[in-house]
Write a protein of this length. Structure first.
Length: 95
């Protein structure tokens, strides 16, 4: 009986884990899409670029993805450089 309960528990748990992984993958895709949009808009629409990166950084609080964080701060560094804020730009690149 315990064996059957264990099998059922593992089956249910593995299904939940797979769903969680899918949700994280979708969030990562969305984050990288926003980063791409932000990088494209650094010169043409700096406000939009900053909004997108802010959204990505908020999303990354849950994701805790170092690569997303690095790309976000690099984009912010580029944005601040473009706006002439060289000290802020350097700070973002150093993160």
């Amino acid at each position: 009986m315990r064996f059957i309960v264990l099998i059922i528990f593992l089956a249910v748990f593995s299904e939940v884990s797979a769903q969680d992984t899918t949700a994280v993958d979708e969030s990562r895709k969305e984050a990288f899409s926003l980063i791409d949009e932000a990088r494209s808009a650094v010169n043409s629409n700096p406000e939009k670029s900053a909004e997108n990166i802010q959204r990505v950084l908020e999303m990354n609080i849950d994701l805790k993805d170092d690569l997303i964080e690095a790309w976000s701060y690099a984009t912010l560094g580029s944005l601040q450089f473009r706006l002439g804020n060289f000290t802020k730009s350097a700070q973002h690149f150093e993160r």
